[in-house]
Write a protein that binds this ligand. Structure first.
Ligand SMILES: NC(=O)c1ccc[n+]([C@@H]2O[C@H](COP(=O)([O-])OP(=O)(O)OC[C@H]3O[C@@H](n4cnc5c(N)ncnc54)[C@H](O)[C@@H]3O)[C@@H](O)[C@H]2O)c1
Length: 351
């Protein structure tokens, strides 16, 4: 049992580090923020001042060499995840890396291998797993309430939700648009709920019809001149166990709903939707709708807090990680396959 607070390094002190990582390490007595690194010293120092972090750097390797850090949160743009993960693991740190795991399948595989070599925790920040409703549904599925799940429908659709900050529309830094950014959250959730069946084939399409036009939406005003990624990705995934999956993900679409983040599951004994949680169960000669009456804390942001708490538990050897590097690799395999299929206009085998 480790008694002293674990020292935390923040790599990439932008929006998500500020809102979903730093505050929860500060709140947890078992950790203390020890150092931060960014692309420029100015940014690292600004974060250090705001969160009372004793050391600021403009180079990850230097931070890892100079500071005695136990665990890191990696919150850089996607392009820099892989190097930061591998450097941190080699320096003996446990790692919580923001989603998506990486830019490509090859990178995710390298990261998985590095975690195995280092014998350290590597978790990806798929925080929807930590939603209390997700956990209720997971228990229902494990108890067999849905029977055999044969189809899932994955939706991460925004009407006008192109991020107006950061580099989310920059293909070189992010690797893609809504599919690799928000689609991955719901894709991971569907795979987690169905116990990660082996994907064997994908067929995807991408479209860029709205992002290049000026506009404003849920997440501010974007720069149409810098819009380089798809604004809609759709696809189908076929799994070894016979399960099928439809996936739809957009930053901007001419649809009625503001935003839909949902996974629909169809089983031969029942079905479910995640947002809000509803179960549809064949019982007593009827199909019954079930919803939770009370859940302690369903604020979506509380799942960020539970994620950090769980990561700290895992770093202290007190819990088994809820997400594994191999699962991150599978998510990446499907994302890459869908993009490849869209580019080639044909289905792609993942075997
Ligand atoms: N889990 C979620 O819900 C969620 C939400 C938003 C973003 N994210 C993920 O978090 C990551 C960052 O997103 P954000 O919204 O915080 O972006 P951001 O642009 O606000 O922050 C990124 C930060 O990384 C820094 N940075 C850039 N290159 C770096 C490098 N090589 N080394 C160190 N720091 C570097 C930037 O200066 C900036 O401070 C992305 O991978 C994104 O997919 C996750």
């Amino acid at each position: 049992m480790i008694e002293r607070p674990l020292k935390v390094g923040i790599i990439g002190p932008g929006g998500i580090a500020r809102s979903a990582h730093a505050p929860y390490y500060i709140n947890d007595k078992r950790t203390e923020l020890a150092a931060v690194t960014s692309r420029t010293l100015e940014k690292a120092e600004a974060f250090a001042k705001d969160f009372n972090v004793p050391a600021a750097y403009d180079d990850t390797q230097t931070m890892l060499e100079n500071e005695d850090i136990d665990l890191v949160s990696i919150c850089t743009p996607n392009k820099f995840h892989k190097d930061a993960v591998i450097q941190s693991l080699k320096a003996g740190c446990h790692v919580l890396c923001e989603k998506p795991p990486a830019m490509s399948l090859a990178e995710a595989e390298e990261m998985e291998f590095a975690a195995e070599e280092a014998g350290k925790v590597l978790m990806y920040a798929f925080h929807h797993r930590y939603n209390l409703e997700t956990q209720v549904l997971k228990r229902a599925i494990e108890a067999g309430d849905l029977g055999s799940i044969y189809h899932t429908n994955v939706q991460a659709m925004r009407r006008r939700g192109i991020p107006g900050w950061g580099v989310f529309t920059n293909k070189e830094l992010q690797g893609g648009g809504p599919l690799i950014d928000v689609g991955v959250h719901m894709l991971d959730l569907a795979l987690y709920l169905t116990d990660f069946p082996e994907p064997i084939e994908v067929m995807g399409s991408t479209h860029k019809r709205i992002g290049h036009k000026p506009g404003v939406g849920l997440l501010g005003q974007w720069d149409p001149a810098k819009y380089e990624v798809e604004d809609l990705a759709t696809g189908m995934v076929r799994f070894q166990n016979g399960m099928s999956m439809l996936i739809e993900s957009s930053f901007a679409a001419n649809q009625k709903e503001e935003e839909t983040l949902n996974v629909k599951l169809l089983g031969d004994q029942g079905g479910a939707e995640t947002a809000p949680l509803q179960l549809f169960e064949e019982k007593h000669g009827s199909l019954l709708n079930t919803t939770p009456a009370y859940l302690e804390k369903t604020d979506p942001r509380s799942s960020y807090e539970r994620q950090i708490t769980h990561f700290i538990d895992c770093c202290r050897g007190e819990a088994k990680p809820l997400s594994t590097p191999a699962q991150g690799t599978t998510v990446q395999r499907i994302v890459e396959g869908l993009y490849e299929s869209a580019a080639k206009c044909q289905s792609v085998s993942l075997l």
